[in-house]
Design a protein around this ligand. Structure first.
Ligand SMILES: N[C@@H](CCC(=O)N[C@@H](CS)C(=O)NCC(=O)O)C(=O)O
Length: 285
């Protein structure tokens, strides 16, 4: 691979399986299943297939928040999908998410099971199903959806852009790191200005917009993403930090971030969740 300014793209791109860096074993230029594999199904109507990356945590936080509000219908089974082992390419997973990425949700509580993929769509589906964490209409709903979709558009620049080139690419390319560091700092400033004028992103209330943004930008603001805290001077975004710390105190958030987590302190990992009591009995020791 040539990472210098001398690289001239060939006329036709071809797949060099060795060039993909840290994720070369799972990155492919084609979609679809690589193998036949049934997914397990538990006893609750909601079946979640996921992993505790920022995109996965959005959904487990939402489900734990719904349960904390008393919505018993939000009881769920959370099954682990090990993306580094290619489990997102199993046939039953692909049937739920043709895009082969976690999180994926199957609602078996309806007459015909409903599949939902894309974390933003899952948050919106659950908010509408239970009538919670999404203002019913007007300016509040518009503001909430604006920030929700802002996150879906913005985070790929943080993860796929900045995170990839700063932390994972096989060589450090100044142009790429510079470009994405600038964009990520701009995004942090967007959030900081909004959170200077409002306790939460959509206004006075905590909503699915906060649940979508917090796992990415809250983790970044605490210096816990890509080891980039000092590089991006994240401590300067004081309003983002205030909001981050406030959300981190929520009991449902503390629970949600543990589900499907397979790294970090053993006491922060609940590999699968099938019952509320699993938080007492099934945490890794
Ligand atoms: N836009 C999607 C992104 C999901 C996504 O990128 N998931 C990653 C983990 S955070 C994944 O499953 N990657 C596996 C792969 O790319 O093969 C969402 O928000 O649900």
């Amino acid at each position: 691979m040539d990472d210098s300014s001398n690289y001239a793209p060939p006329k036709i791109w071809s797949w060099n399986k060795e060039s993909g860096g840290r994720f070369s074993s799972i990155n492919r230029p084609i979609a679809g299943a690589t193998h036949d594999k049934e997914l397990p199904v538990g006893r609750h109507p909601l079946q979640l297939y996921s992993l505790a990356t920022p995109n996965g945590v959005k959904v487990t936080v939402m489900l734990e928040e719904l349960l904390a509000l008393g919505h018993g219908g939000a009881e769920y089974d959370a099954w682990l999908i090990r993306i580094n082992d290619g489990e997102q390419f199993g046939s039953s997973f692909v049937a739920i998410n043709p895009n082969s990425k976690i999180p994926a949700l199957l609602d078996r509580g309806e007459a015909k099971p409903i599949r939902i993929f894309e974390s933003g769509a899952i948050l919106l589906y659950l908010a509408e199903k239970f009538g919670a964490f999404l203002p019913a209409g007007g300016a509040g709903r518009a503001e909430c959806l604006s920030w929700l979709f802002w996150q879906m558009g913005a985070a790929p620049f943080l993860g796929g852009g900045f995170g990839h080139f700063y932390a994972y690419a096989p060589s450090k390319i100044e142009y790429a790191i510079d470009r994405y560091a600038m964009e990520v700092k701009r995004q942090l400033d967007v959030l900081d200005r909004r959170l200077a004028e409002s306790p939460y992103l959509a206004g006075d209330d905590y909503t699915i917009a906060d649940m979508a943004v917090w796992p990415w930008y809250g983790t970044l603001a605490k210096g816990q993403l890509y080891g980039a805290g000092e590089f991006l001077q994240v401590q300067t975004y004081s309003h983002v930090l205030r909001w981050t710390d406030q959300i981190a105190q929520r009991p449902a958030v503390k629970r949600g971030r543990m589900v499907n987590r397979t790294w970090g302190q053993p006491s922060s990992q609940l590999h699968e969740r099938h019952d509320a009591s699993d938080f007492d009995t099934k945490i890794q020791r």
